[in-house]
Design a protein around this ligand. Structure first.
Ligand SMILES: Cc1cc2nc3c(=O)[nH]c(=O)nc-3n(C[C@H](O)[C@H](O)[C@H](O)COP(=O)(O)O)c2cc1C
Length: 214
């Protein structure tokens, strides 16, 4: 079983990274032999879709995939042919990071995957659940809709709200300073259970893969 874990966040060891690690732990606990390929998008120089439409040409119908040759060409192919995929991203301006959007443009435009591929989405954000629903509900719902259209299975969504962006708040411009005490209390209380949720979602992804491959 091959699972591709796409990390759309730039910061190593921070919220998104930790959530993705927990998810992978869940995968490994359910399928110790699973091969997990982690793709850290910020390590690669690449562009989004160039609208060349080569992926949609009749002559390419048996070999779906983006035709642009660059540092992520092989990674897109690996992702499109995986048994399961998890995408993780911090929320930037009410949606996933620009890097993940670039990757999605090229992953999804070629069309439907030839097989059903269970997917999961991990989002981390400063907003609380209510604010997320109010301001990001629609765009995040559309991300799931597009992924379901491409891979044939509705993605499971795991969120970590109220994330803590830095530990040394006093160093930052007051306009950006986090209300440290409140945020830290919320974070400590919630983040452990967020990691548990991510881990459980990893386990469920393995079960879903087995289900669709029966
Ligand atoms: C450029 C930028 C834009 C952001 N936009 C939002 C936003 O629209 N909504 C939100 O809730 N958090 C926003 N955040 C906060 C991050 O989503 C949040 O801190 C996230 O958990 C960071 O993940 P990381 O610790 O893995 O880097 C933004 C952060 C940055 C740097």
């Amino acid at each position: 079983m091959k699972i591709v874990a796409v990390n759309g966040g730039p910061r190593k060891g921070k919220n998104t990274d930790q959530m993705l690690d927990a998810f992978i732990e869940g995968v490994k606990s359910a399928a110790p032999d699973a091969e997990v390929e982690v793709i850290r998008l910020y390590d690669y120089a690449f562009k989004g879709c160039m609208s060349c439409f080569a992926c949609q040409m009749e002559k390419n119908r048996d070999d779906l995939g983006c035709r642009i040759k660059d540092e992520v060409s092989d990674l897109l192919r690996d992702t499109f042919h995986a048994d399961g995929i998890v995408f993780a991203s911090p929320i930037y301006y009410c949606n996933v990071s620009a890097q993940l959007r670039l990757f999605w443009e090229r992953l999804q435009y070629p069309g439907h995957s030839p097989k059903m591929i269970p997917t999961a989405l991990i989002y981390t954000m400063n907003a609380n659940e209510e604010q997320t629903e109010q301001f990001m509900g629609k765009p995040l719902e559309l991300n799931s809709w597009y992924l379901e259209g491409c891979f044939g299975v509705k993605p499971e969504v795991v969120c970590s709200y109220d994330t803590f962006q830095y530990n040394d708040s006093e160093r930052f411009n007051a306009a950006f300073r986090e209300p440290a005490a409140r945020k830290k209390a919320l974070h400590d209380q919630k983040f452990t259970s967020d990691l548990r949720n991510a881990r459980d979602a990893g386990t469920r992804l393995v079960h879903k893969i087995k289900e669709v491959q029966k």
